[in-house]
Structures are given as C-alpha cells and as structure tokens.
Ligand binder design. Structure first.
Ligand SMILES: [Zn+2]
Length: 255
C-alpha cells in the first residue's frame, strides 16, 4: 500500500543532520504542505512540539515495544524479559488491549510500563482534533480500567504528529515519546540483521553521549496476532549483549 510504504520510509530514513538543519530553517519560513507532512513524520524533529526521546545518559537503554499486545508474541517476550530481570515499556493499541485484557494485566504485573499508542493506530497528523482526542482518551481510559494504573506516556503511531496532537496528549496527562533507535523489524525476517542494525545505532548514540530509546514491535496494528518471532528474539539478544555493561530502564526513569 503506497501510503504505508511512504510512512515507513519517513519513520526510518530521514535522520541526516543536514536535513534537520534545512528543515528547521524551512519551517521558520513556512513550509509547503508536502514539507510539513515530511517534518511531521520525522522522529528527530521537535518543531511540532517537544517530545521525550532520550536523555544524555550513555549506558542507559530503554527497550520499547510498539503495537502491543499480541496474544502469541507478547507472552514469549515477557518470558524473555523475566529471565533477564529486565523491565521495558509497551505502547499498546487501545483496540488490541481491549481484546486482550488479561495480557495487559500480565504485562503490568510483571513490572513493565504501559503507554498509549492510540485506539486504532491512525495517522493522527491527518486526523481532526476531535478524532485525536477520542483516540487518545479512549485508549487511556481502557488501559487504566483494565490495568488499574495511570497511563503517563504516549507514542504517536508512525511518529506522525502536529503540535495539537502532542498538546492533547499532555492535556490528558501524558508525556509524548518518540525514539532514536529503530529499524524495520516488523518486516525483517532475520533476527541477526535487526540486532546488527540496532547495535550499530545504540553504540553510535553512546559515542555521542546519549541513552538509546529503542523501538521493536511485539505486535502489528494490521494484525493482532502477527508473527513477531524475529523482533522478540532480537530483544533477547540485545539484552544478552548489553546487560553486563548497560542499564535497561523503562521510560519512567527518564521523565
Ligand atoms: Zn505503531
């Protein structure tokens, strides 16, 4: 589907510094609609409002899992995290959570943090403000009702945002969150390639003095039970690689 393809490209690739400088200048002058959409998808951009990415604390790693929960793969992931005594952050799609309340409770009971990833995984940069509020509010209310804990973090689907999307999240008591380490794990069959790419990013961020906010997908917004074997295995390998030298944290440690 061309739209999805474009969204994926914007999520993953436009991270070069040169682009960010150019974008900032262009944004100040007022961008054409196409440029606006581009900037709205760019994870490193703060021109659409501030969002949590990662603090200047090399050595800290936050594993975050998007499009959760998945009835097949989230339980396996929980087993891996438990075996290493590592806590992570799960950004849940509200409609998935409603279908898997026991699994949501299991995630929270294991000490992990849950966040809001919208109700339907819509592209909120293109949605009416009333729809944005509905997507966020319904998800937070559902998660809080199921799990009995407040929802304090929001990650926009596809990283797509506008100032009012982030403002709405803040008004609902949430910190907007982006990321600084992601690869196309949702379509990559090789665990080794996922690990290799993320390791490269994590090590580079560390050299630059930053913690890593790592995205993997234990679910899919298109298919609640989607195969996520490589992503889940990659999480285990990353933990094994870094656990003796780094500290794994939830986003609660950064906000
Ligand atoms: Zn997502």
């Amino acid at each position: 589907m061309p739209l999805r393809r474009t969204l994926e490209d914007r999520m993953l690739f436009p991270l070069a510094t040169g682009i960010s400088v150019g974008l900032g200048a262009a944004a100040g002058l007022g961008l054409a609609a196409g440029g606006y959409a581009y900037a709205a998808m760019w994870p490193g951009s703060q021109i659409f409002g501030r969002a949590l990415i990662a603090p200047p604390r090399p050595g800290e790693l936050a594993l975050t899992f998007d499009d959760s929960p998945n009835p097949v793969w989230t339980p396996r992931l929980l087993d891996i995290l438990a075996s290493h005594d590592v806590r992570a952050t799960f950004f849940m799609v509200g409609s998935h959570a409603q279908a898997e309340p026991e699994l949501v409770r299991r995630v929270v009971a294991a000490g992990h943090l849950i966040g809001n990833h919208s109700w339907s995984h819509a592209n909120l940069a293109l949605a009416a403000p009333s729809r944005v509020r509905e997507e966020l509010l319904r998800t937070s209310e559902t998660l809080e009702q199921i799990a009995g804990v407040p929802v304090k973090f929001f990650r926009p689907p596809f990283g797509a945002r506008r100032p009012d999307v982030l403002r709405t999240a803040r008004r609902l008591g949430m910190v907007p969150v982006l990321w600084n380490a992601m690869t196309s794990d949702w379509k990559e069959p090789s665990t080794e390639k996922i690990v290799q790419r993320l390791t490269h990013m994590i090590d580079r961020l560390e050299r630059q003095g930053h913690a890593a906010n790592i995205v993997l997908h234990d679910g899919s917004h298109l298919d609640r039970g989607a195969h996520r074997g490589p992503s889940v295995a990659a999480a285990g390998q990353l933990i094994a690689r870094y656990k003796d030298t780094h500290r794994f944290v939830t986003l609660g440690a950064w906000s």
